[in-house]
Design a protein around this ligand. Structure first.
Ligand SMILES: Nc1ncnc2c1ncn2[C@@H]1O[C@H](COP(=O)(O)OP(=O)(O)OP(=O)(O)O)[C@@H](O)[C@H]1O
Ligand SMILES: [Mg+2]
Length: 253
């Protein structure tokens, strides 16, 4: 048995949508300062799993422990208040709003007169841009529509981190990004790891997932198939071979 209490522990999580059994039993752990790569084919249940963790969906059965305490988050806001921050696969910034407004969306600070506190938002935004390596983009009043795909993605991650996340959950963060933009996002994840933040990293890009991961958790058709520490496999090619051998694997390579 491990001596330390995991940041997050899932036991046998199951979830159905009508007759579709999207999760048939998933168990995993994430520790502080650790990147867990969650890999699996299209439809394996990766997005569904993380939505069940943060209360976007409620599992039909199974247990979720946060820092050793059994939890049931009613919604993602409640999870965020406890330090679990998620960047969804399908979430976009609002193009017409400024970088600062996008960063604080739904959580805007107000002055004691009840007005939006723009000074505070701008100051905080500059700090976040600095943190995520976008200091060149030092104008918080820039509309989000002017950002590159990579900058927008980094802002989403910056937003996730800004609310004191202890666990960062990233679903396909490199989708549609150039090599250069991807590198920036990967650097951001490396930096958060150094700060002791745990990460669940979902990606179809096995090479990036392998590079970032401390452990790799393989899902197939809603089930935990295998899990390995990075040292246990020779490299991304071996990981791809393992994925191909599980039922349903195929589109990954
Ligand atoms: N809200 C929903 N209602 C009905 N079925 C759903 C719902 N969400 C997910 N599913 C189904 O659950 C299964 C798992 O989907 P999920 O999106 O979790 O896969 P994924 O591993 O994230 O795939 P991808 O790599 O393509 O993003 C799929 O069969 C999907 O159609
Ligand atoms: Mg998905």
């Amino acid at each position: 048995m491990s001596e330390r209490t995991p940041l997050l522990q899932l036991n046998d999580i199951k979830k159905s949508f009508g007759s579709i059994q999207a999760l048939k039993g998933v168990s995993l752990e994430v520790n502080e300062g650790e990147v867990l790569a969650l890999v699996g084919d299209n439809g394996a249940g990766k997005s569904t799993l993380i939505k069940n963790i943060v209360g976007y969906h409620q599992p039909n059965s199974g247990e979720i422990y946060w820092r050793g305490e059994r939890v049931t988050f009613k919604n993602p806001d409640e999870a965020l208040e406890r330090g679990l921050s998620i960047v969804y696969q399908d979430m976009e910034l609002i193009p017409s709003l400024t970088v600062a407004r996008n960063l604080f969306l739904g959580k805007e600070p107000t002055t004691r007169f009840g007005k939006l506190d723009f000074d505070l938002m701008y100051d905080e935004t500059k700090k976040v841009l600095d943190e995520i390596g976008l200091e060149s983009l030092n104008d918080p009043t820039l509309p989000a529509e002017n950002l590159s795909g990579g900058e927008a993605q980094s802002i989403k991650i910056g937003r996730a981190l800004h609310f004191d996340a202890d666990l960062l959950i990233l679903d396909e963060p490199l989708r549609n990004l150039s090599v250069k933009e991807s590198e920036k996002v990967l650097e951001t994840v490396e930096r958060t790891k150094e700060q002791g933040i745990g990460t669940i990293y979902i990606s179809h890009n096995i090479f990036n997932a392998y590079e970032l991961a401390d452990r790799i958790h393989l899902l197939d058709a809603g089930r935990t198939m295998d899990e390995f520490r990075k040292e246990e496999i020779a490299g991304p090619k071996e990981l791809i071979n393992k994925m191909k051998t599980v039922a349903g694997g195929g589109t990954i390579a």
